[in-house]
Design a protein around this ligand. Structure first.
Ligand SMILES: NC(=O)c1ccc[n+]([C@@H]2O[C@H](COP(=O)([O-])OP(=O)(O)OC[C@H]3O[C@@H](n4cnc5c(N)ncnc54)[C@H](O)[C@@H]3O)[C@@H](O)[C@H]2O)c1
Length: 327
């Protein structure tokens, strides 16, 4: 009997390929450049499964062109690239990779926080320029991290990872979330629920951990910057459009806040030119989950999600299995 067919938009890692090759006649997109949309639409047309990255959109157009498709598994926890209701309408199981990247992503958000607070990137550039004259009392003065107030917007898996890290730095932690955490979680993580405005007013570091949704697009824009401390820093490892980049550049220029550290951008891979020009901004190329261990786990999880569907099982990380079963 012939195997079901899968399109995988990157060669992934050997551990994930082993699962996919066992279950599918697997077609991998191997060129270095990202799969063009036209190729994606052409190649997915006769497939039973799609394993994709956050850079590929699974939308009505794609689903309509892939009548045999049963599963779309993204190698990411954020799934704003997948139109889940459209998948449900087409009886395609959508799946993502929650849980395996929490600590790695929180590690990196913390890296960005430290880098912007302590001006590491400016210091690195100075050393490489060969112009550093040696130690002096008032060079590259940053701000303390320890003992300050951390404001977490989004207190899910990754936001809570940040709260755990903050304890080691003796920080006060405020969080804002659409859903208040259970009291025992607040106690264990020594984190206090705050409304959005209070969090903005009182935090020294504001770190974003919400998914990209219509309600979170431009959540951080001019009105939010107006409320922040002039000494505040903002860290974004969530999704780029959560921050209005033009408003961020203006807030920095007008000294409404002190700095920003970004891993994600409003129009990836483009970055607002006004931000590129600034020394008070740290820019990373969307690498918060980029460790060998974590990216391998994510790829294996996506492969496992796809394999489960063709084995007639509910994928461990399905986003719409309930909705499909109800129909
Ligand atoms: N930079 C990266 O490489 C990278 C890596 C991992 C995750 N991410 C992003 O981080 C996001 C968070 O990941 P997670 O695993 O912690 O997700 P999660 O679902 O565990 O947590 C998200 C939290 O945001 C809250 N939330 C949703 N809408 C909100 C709103 N309007 N206002 C306030 N809170 C709201 C939810 O209640 C939830 O507690 C992902 O959706 C993804 O986009 C980025």
């Amino acid at each position: 009997m012939s195997k079901p067919k899968a399109l995988i938009t990157r060669p992934l890692f050997p551990a994930a390929r082993a699962i996919l090759d066992q279950h599918f006649e697997a077609e991998y997109w191997t060129p270095q450049e990202r799969i063009p949309r036209s190729e994606l639409l052409k190649r997915v047309a006769d497939k039973d499964a799609l394993v994709c990255l956050l850079t590929e959109k699974v939308d009505e157009e794609l689903l309509a062109l892939a009548p045999k498709l049963r599963v779309a598994a993204t190698v990411s926890v954020g799934y704003d690239n997948i139109d889940v209701p459209a998948c449900t309408r087409h009886k395609v199981v959508a799946a993502h990779t929650p849980g395996v990247l929490d600590e790695t992503t929180a590690d990196f958000a913390w890296t960005l926080l430290m880098a912007v607070a302590r001006r590491l990137i400016e210091g690195d550039a100075w050393m490489r320029s060969g112009t550093w004259p040696g130690w002096d009392l008032d060079q590259l003065l940053g701000g303390d991290v320890w003992g300050k107030t951390l404001g977490l917007i989004g207190f899910g898996r990754i936001g809570r990872g940040m709260a755990r890290r903050a304890q080691g730095f003796q920080m006060r932690v405020l969080y804002h979330d659409a859903v208040r955490a259970p009291a025992e979680v607040e106690r264990e993580l020594r984190s206090e629920f705050a409304d959005f405005d209070r969090l903005l007013r009182e935090s020294d570091f504001i770190s974003l951990h919400v998914p990209l949704l219509p309600e979170t697009r431009h959540l951080i824009s001019t009105p939010a910057f107006e409320k922040m401390k002039r000494t505040a820093h903002i860290i974004n490892t969530s999704r780029g459009p959560v921050v209005d980049e033009a408003a961020l550049a203006a807030a920095l220029e007008q000294r409404k806040i002190a700095g920003a550290a970004l891993d994600v951008y409003e129009h990836e891979p483009k970055v607002n030119m006004a931000l590129i020009a600034r020394k008070d901004v740290v820019l990373a190329p969307h690498i918060a989950s980029a460790t060998i261990e974590t990216r391998t786990k994510m790829a294996v999880m996506a492969a496992t999600n796809a394999a489960a569907v063709v084995e007639g099982r509910r994928p461990p990380n399905a986003l719409n299995a309930d909705a499909i079963e109800k129909e």
